[in-house]
Every structure is written in structure tokens, then in C-alpha cells.
Design a binder for this molecule. Sequence first.
Ligand code: GTP
Ligand code: MG
Length: 241
Amino acid sequence: MQIDPMNSNSKNAPALSTQDLLIQAANRMNTDEYLELLHTTYDPVYSLLLNYQCAVMVIETKFNVLNNRLSLQAEHNPIESIKSRVKSLESIIRKLENRNLPLTLESVEENLQDVAGLRVICSFVDDIYKIEECLLAQEDVTLINRKDYIKEPKPNGYRSLHLIIKTPIYTENGKKEMFVEIQLRTIAMDFWASLEHKLMYKKNINPEIAEKLAEELAECAQISKDLDLKMLRIRDRIVSE
Ligand code: GTP
Ligand code: MG
């Protein structure tokens, strides 16, 4: 199934929002044709995005269950907060385009592993690995890819544990395996990554200033790493007292 309105020769065309494309189509068609286009094009797209939303709900519930169960032993909630999102249709199309992949729904399902995403913010570094272990032990969770940027931070200082998993959702049409991207971080890692993200996406920034800020962020990455370690040690001492 083609994602039709987006499948124009978009290489040379200026970037148009979904809304612009729909307005263009509306101007060319009568109402019946337009409604037909919306149905044939958007129903399957909406259905796919909803499947990803369901996968997010399933995984979020697993984390909430683990948070409750683990807080029994650990005397604290290992998970501070969970943020989740389904990639917007526009971001999906841009990613397919950037990678020269077909703009079809099958292509989304086969090639994009981060349409459904959850970010799990933990208090302490060891909580991250405990949560990972408990999640991956579940028989309906299959690990597809793992990147440990905590053990091996990125050159800019970025730290987080990234997992790509597959998990089934059960719809009215049966079982469907869905990819889900999970990022596990401490509060300190998340604080750093949010600020670094702002710098990355800042447009028209003076290159000298950008370089200076990147250096300062690299220093902050080290400070946040030290902080995580120190907080862990303090917690262990409190627990053993
Ligand atoms: P994508 O094509 O962006 O998904 O990258 P990838 O397949 O190389 O995956 P990777 O696991 O490296 O990164 C996926 C996601 O992690 C990104 O979309 C960001 O949300 C986050 N991330 C990765 N690196 C950085 C970084 O250096 N800084 C920040 N702030 N976030 C990062
Ligand atoms: Mg991504």
C-alpha cells in the first residue's frame, strides 16, 4: 500500500507538510473523491500507527509492572518516569526518504525500528540493567539490537542503554509483531541528553560558539557520569547502614 500523497517526486519538490498536501488534493477533487482518497490512504496509515501505539502501551505496562514489583525488594522505585511517543507520519516519511527506502507501509514495518519509542528514566545506573534483565527475560519480548552507550559513551559524551525489541500485539485481525525502541537512562543522563539535543537542533549557530558549547557539554557529560557513580555509592551506603 503506497502512502500516496507523499509519493510525489519529492526529491526536488520543496518540503510540504501533510496538511499542505491534503489541501492541494482537496483543491483538485470533488468532495466524494476527496473522502475516498482520505479513506484509502489514511485508514491503513492510521491503522499502522495505532498498532505502534498499542505496542507502546503493552511495553509501558510491562515497565509499570516491573517498577511496582522491583520496588518491593529495592525499597525505592527503580523507574522515575517513562516518556513514550509514536513517530509522526512526517518524521517517518523523512526518515524513509533520507535512507532512500520505498515510501510504503510495508517498508515502514520492515525498515524502521523506532516508530514506537519509550524512554525510561531510572534513578540509578544499576536500576537500568535490572530493568533490562527483567524485560528481556519475558517470553514475548525478543531482543533485536542492543547498544550500550553507558559502557561505551558516544564521542560527544552521550550515555544511555538502547534496546530494539519485538513484541506481539493482539488485534481483531490476530497477532502482530511490532518493533519498539527503548532508551534507558538515569536522570543525569537524560538531563544531559536534553540539553545536547537542543544544541544539535539549534539552527544558524555560530560555529565557534557551537564548538565551545560542545566542549562544555563534554565536560558536563563527565560530571554527570561522576554524579551517577557517587549517587550509587551513597545509596549503597544508606542501604547497608
Ligand atoms: P537513528 O537513525 O536516529 O534512529 O539512529 P541510530 O539508528 O544510529 O540509533 P541510535 O541508537 O544511535 O540513536 C537513536 C536515538 O538515540 C536518537 O534518535 C536519539 O533519540 C538518541 N541519541 C543517540 N545519540 C544521541 C546523541 O548523541 N545525543 C542525544 N541527545 N541523543 C542521542
Ligand atoms: Mg531514532
